[in-house]
Design a protein around this ligand. Structure first.
Ligand SMILES: *Cc1c(COP(=O)(O)O)cnc(C)c1O
Length: 431
């Protein structure tokens, strides 16, 4: 079939935690002051207890609460598409499938965790959430989610994006999010930059520091992060659990699974339920490939060591591949892929050789995005176009060798708020 659907009844009832299958344990996050493993109590100032429990859980399956299922089912289960038109265009014997996460209301996979996080904060008595956003994908997902649980949502948005990309700000405000250009005068972290220059362009690192500071200093407020952490990856596994059922319906199992990696959440969400089969030795030949931009080559060029999650150094130290907390990538259009680190779970599996990684230039990525838009019809988010590019390369390899590989990639989001980037590409003005 060209599209595989699941009924609401076939939605996964539990998230999948890969931790019990890791060949060696994760290195613990360290307290930035003592450099000792951080105590869960310390994390309680910024995260609610149920999410900290999930962060350290070693249980394989964690039940999805009914209240979360209820909101997710506004758009889930998402369809699995066979990319027939793309296959025909490439004249490949490969079978290309993609999981379509662009059908969520905010247009990406991000609400899968935003809804769960909003729910657990609500039942923990939290009244407000703070977060940061670059181009606005995460801020819009969290604004969308918090409105269902009557939580206030304050989003520190990097000022240059706030000024240049109004549409996601409008989306956040439509869903009752309060959007503050960062650096702002409301926090110590922001004020030191704001007072010197009220038009300071800002950075994701500064915005994170502002959001964390506010959560740490207000009793009614917690902080929410859209990628990297174990519990975020856990919530995203609905993608792979659904995809596995959908592939089974087709009587197929993927040879190659591909995802774009910013912090690693959509990649892990799709691949981890399949990676289990590789870790237990049932699918030793399964290839799982992370795709990143050459402008921010965290896995392919980074060092595997402890580093901070933000620029100021307020977050716990986490063991990950990192380009250094002060790394400032070129302003590429795939804003969601510009983070200096990656999820510890993804990094561990990469370090142990269970997954591989590849990096592509922005122009090659947009070329692939355009091919996809002109065959399958959907304009992919610039982030997702990284996965499209790798899927196309794999399919072209099959054309050479005659192999009929089954390729599965994640279409993590659509690009309808990124049309100015496509415009630049079409005009030949893209760097
Ligand atoms: C945020 C984002 C990403 C990157 O984040 P991950 O945590 O690595 O998934 C990728 N694609 C889209 C559409 C995004 O919005």
């Amino acid at each position: 079939m060209d599209r595989v659907y699941l009924s609401k009844e076939e939605m996964p009832r539990s998230w999948f935690n890969i931790v019990p299958y890791l060949p060696e344990p994760l290195d613990p996050p360290l307290d930035p002051e003592t450099k000792e493993p951080i105590s869960p109590e310390k994390l309680l100032t910024i995260f609610p207890e149920p999410l900290i429990e999930q962060e350290v859980s070693t249980q394989e399956l964690i039940e999805i609460p009914e209240e979360v299922m209820d909101i997710l089912s506004l758009w889930r289960p998402t369809p699995l598409h066979r990319a027939r038109k793309l296959e025909e265009y490439l004249q490949t014997p490969a079978k290309i499938f993609y999981k379509n996460e662009s059908v969520s209301p905010p247009g990406s996979h991000k609400p899968n965790t935003a809804v769960a996080q909003a729910y657990y904060n609500k039942i923990s008595g939290v009244k407000r959430l703070t977060t940061e956003t670059g181009a606005g994908q995460w801020g819009s997902a969290l604004s969308f989610a918090t409105q269902y649980f009557d939580l206030e949502c304050r989003v520190y948005m990097v000022r240059v994006s706030y000024n240049q990309k109004p549409y996601r700000r409008i989306l956040m405000e439509t869903w009752k999010g309060e959007v503050i250009p960062s650096p702002s005068p409301y926090t110590n972290a922001g004020r030191q930059f704001y007072e010197k220059d009220p038009n300071h362009p800002g950075s994701l690192g500064i915005a994170i520091s502002e959001a964390i500071e506010e959560a740490a200093t207000r009793e009614d407020t917690k902080y929410s992060l859209g990628s990297v952490l174990n519990h975020v990856l856990l919530h995203q596994t609905v993608i792979g659990l659904e995809a596995k059922k959908q592939m089974e319906k087709e009587g197929l199992y993927p040879d190659v699974i591909i995802g774009a990696v910013g912090g690693g959440s959509n990649f892990a969400g799709l691949s981890f339920p399949f990676l289990k089969d590789k870790l237990i030795g049932e699918k030793p030949d399964l290839e799982v490939v992370a795709v990143e931009p050459t402008a921010c080559p965290t896995l392919t060029k980074g060092e595997y060591r402890y580093d901070y999650g933000d620029t100021v150094g307020l977050t716990p130290l986490i063991k990950m591949y990192t380009l250094g907390k002060d790394f400032v990538p070129q302003p590429i259009h795939a804003g969601g892929l510009r983070y200096h680190g990656d999820a510890p779970l993804v990094c561990k599996l990469y370090n142990l050789g269970y997954i591989s990684a590849v990096a592509y230039d922005q122009r090659k990525v947009f070329e692939a995005g355009l091919i996809f838009a002109r065959t399958e019809g959907i304009v992919p988010a610039p982030e997702s176009a990284h996965a499209v590019k790798k899927a196309i390369d794999e399919a072209l390899k099959c054309k050479e060798t005659g192999e009929e590989k089954v390729i599965l990639f994640n279409l993590s989001g659509h690009g309808y708020f990124d049309l100015s980037a496509y415009d630049k590409f079409l005009r030949g003005e893209l760097q």
